[in-house]
Design a binder for this molecule. Structure first.
Ligand code: NAD
Length: 568
């Protein structure tokens, strides 16, 4: 084939596409014979016009003066002279650079991000005063949060990340960790300081941030479609007395990462320390140039204020972390709601388990923060064959075995209230404290009160949130699994199993349907203490989100560019 034949063949193929022969910038002389290379922008390019007009609307930068003579045309194999107007790439690039380095720009909030940020302080006296995110009324708090969220919409993702990292930094400071942990125990009368430090650190360190917000894209001849996680707006978050600061830290990180503002309604019994946490967050965010009042609360948390928050039209989403009552309430508001409710986590031990390790794990998990965590072991179901040996092993690692019926009755009178639930004054108390109340002096090595009981006993049926651990026998592992499913009460919360029988582990996982299922470990491995994976203090069984993270506080939105921006 000679050169002429090749040219003819190329022309013929291109003709099939409805195109003129290719014109390359290296061969400008050919341009004179190619319709696509006329001196004006071809009229056959509506996509370019569309992109240009969108970029013009967005205020793109002036064109480079030394631009290339030829640029790729919108049709296949075609080059065309560069337009003399604005170069869209300049505008896109400069916008990206601006948001990346956080320069200020008229009409937007793209705060500068200091390389090293100063630590913030809030004195105990200041903690409960107005200001720094603390408002006198719920209406004021919500109005301020709404304004903050509007400004926040124009912050870059880099700025969001810096704010979230700032929250982490505040609570990873050892003095702050200790301070909020000590204050929580003092104010609520629940839990123990050492474990609260672990929980608060976990929330600050392992709650997912902006990296949780992945983008889906679909591209093709029809153009480019993005599906992105977008904020709800202002979220109302109700927090429990059992994890007051942990939940504020974890929810603030997730909700702000997703672009929202958060209004907190803390448990009144954890008021001061909750206000302190909100203030610390606000001062840190202010030092980073964030819009003021992204995280707010009221000076006097109460049920009335929680009700006002739930009913407020500006609250777009409700997140309740607490008992069944408040979860039911948020679910009946008609708003988008996440309900993270009660659990009654069973732990099954079968005859194939490493019994000594199971005993240690169960004592450790059950006694973590005096059994306050909703994920903590609340009852053991042991296969009869190993039940006695398991109890003996548990006694060696901190369990006090109660066998005297009279002591069991005394304990029941002490810790169960008139309604059949846990007595608030006993929730989160240590085993030593509870034993002392029924006249038994125990050493500090005692972490758990172990009692063998029938399944109908209130200690087995109720979520006590104190280190009283009933053990129920089952004739076989299959019976134990069935009983565990029954005692979990359909909360879809947490369960544990100690076994080396993979089939039985799988069977239990499938039947119990809990959000967290820990195999051969303590319950706290399920929220990231010693186990892999992210941390959450809002485990949403009732509403189905399960382990919440930033993306749980965002809605999926689709952005469609028709017939453009696909680059394949
Ligand atoms: P709680 O239900 O008494 O209180 C939780 C929050 O709801 C508090 O802020 C409280 O003021 C508010 N509240 C309660 N009743 C209300 C009502 N009628 N009207 C308005 N507000 C109301 O729970 P708690 O004792 O603070 O926390 C322990 C409970 O929370 C346990 O059941 C535990 O399992 C659960 N919890 C669940 C998770 C989870 O992630 N699923 C995490 C922590 C705690």
């Amino acid at each position: 084939m000679n050169d002429q034949q090749i040219s003819d063949a190329v022309a013929q193929v291109l003709g099939g596409y409805g195109e003129a022969p290719a014109v390359s910038p290296e061969q400008p002389s050919v341009q004179t014979s190619a319709p696509a290379a006329s001196s004006t922008t071809p009229a056959c390019d509506p996509v370019s016009d569309l992109v240009a007009s969108i970029l013009a609307d967005a205020g793109s930068a002036p064109a480079r003066k030394d631009g290339p003579a030829f640029v790729p045309g919108s049709k296949r194999c075609c080059w065309q002279p560069a337009p003399s107007g604005p170069d869209p790439l300049d505008a896109i690039l400069s916008k990206a650079l601006e948001s990346g380095i956080g320069a200020k720009k008229n009409g937007t909030v793209a705060p500068a991000m200091p390389a090293a940020t100063a630590s913030v302080t809030v004195s105990d006296e200041e903690a409960t005063t107005l200001g720094d995110g603390v408002f006198a009324t719920m209406d004021e708090a919500i109005a301020a949060a709404e304004q903050a969220q509007r400004r926040y919409l124009f912050c870059s993702m880099a700025a969001r990340k810096a704010f979230v990292d700032g929250i982490r930094e505040v609570f990873l400071d050892p003095a702050t960790l200790e301070r909020i942990s000590v204050q929580t125990v003092e104010q609520t009368g629940m839990g123990n300081v050492a474990h609260k430090i672990i929980k608060n650190r976990l929330a600050a360190e392992k709650s997912p941030g902006v990296e949780d917000l992945t983008t889906d894209a679909a591209s093709g001849d029809g153009g480019l479609t993005l599906v992105e996680y977008s904020p709800y707006g202002v979220i109302g978050a109700i927090t429990p007395t059992t994890n007051p600061t942990e939940t504020i830290i974890c929810n603030s990180i997730g909700m702000l990462a997703a672009g929202n503002a958060a209004v907190f309604s803390p448990h009144p019994r954890a008021k001061n320390v909750s206000l302190l946490a909100v203030k610390l967050i606000n001062r840190k965010l202010a030092s980073l140039g964030a819009p003021a009042n992204l995280v707010v609360t009221v000076q006097a948390p109460s049920i009335e204020n929680t009700n006002a928050m739930m009913a407020h039209p500006r609250i777009r989403m409700l997140v309740a972390t607490g008992g069944p009552g408040i979860v039911r309430t948020v679910m009946s508001t008609g708003k988008k709601a996440i309900g993270a409710g009660a659990g009654n986590p069973p732990v099954v031990v079968d005859e194939t388990a490493d019994i000594e390790k199971a005993a240690q794990d169960i004592v450790n998990g059950c006694s973590f923060d005096n059994n306050l965590p909703c994920i903590a072991e609340k009852e053991i179901i042991a296969v009869d064959q190993i039940a006695d040996y398991l109890m003996a092993c548990m006694q060696k690692c901190g369990a006090y075995l109660v066998t005297d019926r009279a002591v069991v009755d005394k304990l029941q009178a002490l810790v169960i209230n008139d309604k059949g639930g846990p007595q608030t004054s006993c929730v989160g108390k240590s085993a030593v404290h509870l034993l002392d109340k029924v006249g038994i002096t125990a050493g500090d090595d005692i972490k758990v009160i172990l009692i063998e009981l029938p399944k109908a006993h209130p200690f087995v049926q109720e979520e006590l949130m104190m280190p009283i651990l009933p053990l129920v026998r089952a004739p076989s592992v299959d019976d134990a699994i069935d009983l565990a499913v029954e005692l979990e009460h359909g909360n879809r919360h947490t369960a544990m199993m100690h076994s080396t029988n993979v089939r039985k582990l799988t069977k239990m996982a499938k039947l119990i349907q809990t959000t967290i299922f820990v195999k051969n470990g303590p319950s706290y491995a399920g929220i990231g203490v010693g186990g892999e994976g992210h941390a959450t203090f809002t485990i949403a069984g009732p509403t189905g989100e399960g382990l919440t993270s930033a993306r749980s506080f965002a809605r999926k939105r689709r952005c469609v560019m028709v017939e453009a921006l696909n680059v394949r």
